[in-house]
Design a binder for this molecule. Structure first.
Ligand code: FMN
Length: 219
């Protein structure tokens, strides 16, 4: 069994999957069983995950791409507090750089971004929801479920990417995946075997030193 630290360090967001290598249901089931162990407020287990494969996934991607092409999303630094805007620029530079896309290549960037709504060719397309009456407290529980799921998938050799971009088209998701109105759509996720030839799948995205995010107080 892999060391926990190795699993944490080797997880990364994959943005290109092997479309013809299916995810064994048994592995998905094991990972989900572990993820269900995540803590949540009053054990509400607020996560709701819709997973589409096969024809359902194909129809979902077709509908999403039609919506994206009809009304492309405004991707920029919108939605981020100004003091965090540089993070998106830095992360974009890193990811697109690894894809060989130049800074001023708008068409290249858009082609890469558009692959979000193809779930980066992953054979399993996920949408993460929680009940609409839940609050940020419960969203934390969903996040704990998600991270546990990502790590369990990593441990089983599977790649993944959490994607807020998927949630930009809630009506399409509801229609294609029969998501009821009492659920809020939080994000999407791709699951599959990461394409090892795709350089951007091997990025080691930097993190802050602990002191930037954690305050130790002792007097
Ligand atoms: C809530 C959330 C939403 C994200 N949305 C997207 C997305 O829409 N598209 C994408 O390519 N990556 C998305 N990511 C992946 C992040 O860009 C990635 O986690 C971050 O840059 C750190 O890189 P790493 O996951 O490889 O360590 C998202 C991650 C999280 C946790």
């Amino acid at each position: 069994m892999a060391e926990f630290g190795d699993v944490v360090r080797s997880r990364r967001s994959s943005r290109m999957f092997l479309p013809d290598k299916p995810v064994p249901h048994e592995l998905l089931d094991e990972a989900l069983t572990l993820a269900m162990r995540a803590p949540s407020n009053s054990n509400t287990q607020p996560w709701h995950l819709f997973l589409a494969t096969g024809e359902r996934r194909v129809r979902l991607v077709d509908a999403l791409l039609a919506a994206v092409d009809a009304a492309p999303p405004a991707i920029g630094t919108a939605g981020l507090p100004p003091q965090f805007a540089h993070r998106r620029r830095e992360s974009g530079a890193l990811v697109y750089g690894a894809m060989g896309i130049e800074r001023d290549d708008a068409a290249g960037r858009w082609a890469a971004q558009r692959r979000n709504w193809e779930f980066f060719h992953a054979p399993v397309a996920g949408v993460v929801c929680m009940h609409r009456d839940f609050t940020h407290v419960d969203a934390m529980g969903v996040g704990m479920f998600l991270q546990t799921l990502l790590l369990a998938l990593t441990e089983r050799g599977l790649g993944s990417c959490v994607q807020v971009s998927i949630s930009f088209y809630p009506d399409v998701l509801r229609e294609q995946l029969d998501i009821p109105d009492d659920l809020t759509i939080l994000c999407g996720m791709s699951i599959g075997y990461a394409d090892p030839q795709f350089a951007a799948n091997h990025l080691d995205t930097p993190r802050n030193p602990i002191g930037e995010n954690v305050v130790f107080l002792q007097d």
